[in-house]
Design a protein around this ligand. Structure first.
Ligand code: GLC
Length: 558
């Protein structure tokens, strides 16, 4: 049995005092694709309220809702037209309150998504800016510049949008505005006091309604130094990302978060935040500090193959980073921006060679025209092993809707049905992220597998039938029941934040123990492994005579 004496990472605050987010399991809902209650083909807030029992039975501690605000859906809702309302297709503020109350009544916290780098081009500020014309105060809230070249007909710089194409768009009177994402997502000017004041108001608006926390979209991009002359794209790439880069991960972004921290801490309990910050690992702790956002996503596992050495290094590095910031780590294997991990792990080409994980969903299948590049069973086997491995770790874990059903990425989506702006802006070179955003299957048959009576807004494959909630619910060996059991057991050992690696003598097997004696073993290769003596409380593949098969995880009770 393990001794708690040589823990590499000391126990965090005790069970009684630790805030929920340090060790919480957060279920990400992509509202448009969860459940459609009003029958318009888009998932909505009443659809979530109707499924609160499902979430409670799954055993999650919190839900994070991707944007549900009024939006023209140029980027799946990450183009927000009004930060303090609900898109009429998704419900009303009263529906939001009812959903929140139902979740809270079941002990489930609620985290909402805040998108501060850009608004929608339908936002009242942007419309005002277009009408008011060049030189107006209204244009100061965004980043407008004159073009270059004769008559200013060329963009101010050669910068590229992260979704492809130019990062500048010209408006009718000839000026250009900056958009790091789609052209319907103009970047805000964070040097402007109105922008600061408005986001504080938004944070208060949702905090007053009772939300427990916020997920901050592209948290590393808000502040910019746009002093002239603006650097070229090639020059930008040469500037070190040390806090002084003109566009990315600037130190002064934390002045914004210090303001927000004062808002979060003015509530009891304090509201939480988690940063989506794609920055160098050496700088992630700046976002996770208690005086900044308090926690940051660690995306390293999204880019790693299913391999023991990579997992071990990532876990050790991130536990150390969490210690450095005073936060807890977050573990993420899937979200609405990346290829589902069951699929990533089933690829016959390693992740590193496919340029996965972001925005390239399904390319390997589309190119091949079939699924020759994917071993579905192996992918799911590895995915559940990886998920049970991270659920055993100290820190909070994010579960993306549908992964608990073992869903794969949907690759087979016709160009005419695609929605992701990356597909259009790259002229199909990147197929985009629609494949992980296909509406969930609730029933084995029926309209859109129970998603809603008006069909699904992205095509569901026939195989979704096997993964439907009603099918997996009653199958004791289903992925759904594995997740339920894991989340139930996790409460028995999660409170003390520590971990001790146990030498396995094998480079394809990882084994660690938690402070109260629970142990987790994962086989990353095909070979089986003799488990330590003890009660196997959970395993992703059947254990026989104490042997854990390959590509599997087991939890051993103390
Ligand atoms: C974040 C979101 C992504 C969105 C982008 C622009 O990366 O997760 O879905 O497209 O920001 O808001």
């Amino acid at each position: 049995m393990t001794s708690p004496l040589d823990l590499v990472h000391d126990a965090g605050p005790g069970e009684q005092t630790a805030p929920w987010w340090r060790q919480g399991v957060v279920y990400q809902i992509y509202p448009r694709s969860f459940a459609d209650a009003n029958g318009d083909g888009l998932g909505d807030l009443p659809g979530i309220t109707a499924r609160v029992d499902y979430l409670a039975e799954l055993g999650v501690d919190a839900v994070w809702l991707s944007p549900f605000y009024p939006s023209e859906l140029a980027d799946g809702g990450y183009d927000v037209a009004d930060y303090r309302d609900v898109d009429p297709r998704l419900g009303t503020l009263e529906d939001f309150d009812a959903m929140l109350a139902a979740l809270h009544a079941n002990g489930i916290k609620v985290v909402v998504d805040i998108v501060p780098n850009h608004t929608s081009d339908q936002h009242v500020w942007f419309r005002e800016a277009l009408e008011a014309g060049r030189g107006s105060a209204a244009r100061e809230r965004y980043i407008f510049r004159e073009g270059s070249g004769p008559d200013g007909a060329e963009p101010p710089t050669d910068w590229r949008s992260l979704f492809g194409g130019s990062a500048w768009e010209r408006v009718a009177d000839g000026q250009w505005y900056l958009h790091n994402f789609a052209r319907e997502q103009p970047d805000l000017n964070w040097d402007h006091p109105d922008v600061h004041a408005d986001f504080v108001e938004t944070l208060r608006f949702w905090s007053d309604r009772g939300v427990d926390g916020f997920r901050i979209d592209v948290a590393h991009m808000l502040t910019k130094d746009l002093s002239e002359p603006l650097p070229s794209r090639a020059e930008l790439e040469r500037i070190p990302r040390d806090g002084n880069h003109p566009l990315v991960d600037r130190d002064d972004v934390h002045e914004v978060y210090a303001e927000w921290r004062a808002v979060f801490d003015s509530y009891d309990p304090p509201r939480t935040a988690v940063a989506e910050a794609w920055v160098d690992p050496s700088r992630i702790h700046l976002y996770a500090r208690p005086e900044s956002l308090g926690q940051a996503f660690n995306f390293d596992l999204l880019e790693a193959d299913f391999a023991a050495a990579a997992f071990r290094r990532i876990i050790a590095d991130n536990l150390a980073l969490a210690t450095q910031s005073g936060s807890s780590s977050t573990w993420v294997l899937s979200n609405h921006d990346v290829v589902r991990h069951a699929t990533r792990y089933g690829l016959r080409v390693p992740t590193a060679d496919t340029a996965l994980p972001t925005r390239h969903g399904g390319q390997w299948l589309v190119d091949g025209g079939d699924e020759a590049g994917l071993d579905r069973d192996r992918g799911l086997r590895r995915a559940t092993a990886a998920t049970m491995f991270i659920l055993g770790l100290p820190g909070s874990t994010y579960v993306y809707q549908g992964e608990e059903l073992g869903l794969h990425e949907v690759a087979d989506i016709a160009a005419s049905e695609r929605q992701d702006p990356t597909f259009f802006r790259t002229e199909g070179a990147e197929v985009g992220r629609d494949g992980c955003r296909v509406p969930l299957p609730w029933t084995a048959g029926g309209d859109s597998f129970g998603f809603g009576p008006a069909g699904a807004h992205l095509p569901q494959p026939a195989c979704f039938s096997e993964n439907a909630v009603e099918v997996e619910d009653t199958d004791p060996r289903s992925t759904l029941n594995l997740y339920r059991e894991a989340l139930r057991l996790r409460h028995l050992f999660q409170a003390a934040e520590g971990l001790r690696w146990i030498d396995t003598g094998r480079d394809d097997v990882l084994h660690f123990a938690r402070p109260n004696g629970w142990q987790v073993v994962t086989t990353f290769g095909d070979a089986s492994y003799a488990l330590p003596v003890g009660e196997v409380a959970l395993s992703t593949r059947p254990v026989s005579e104490g042997m854990l098969p390959g590509e599997a995880t087991a939890w051993i009770a103390p």
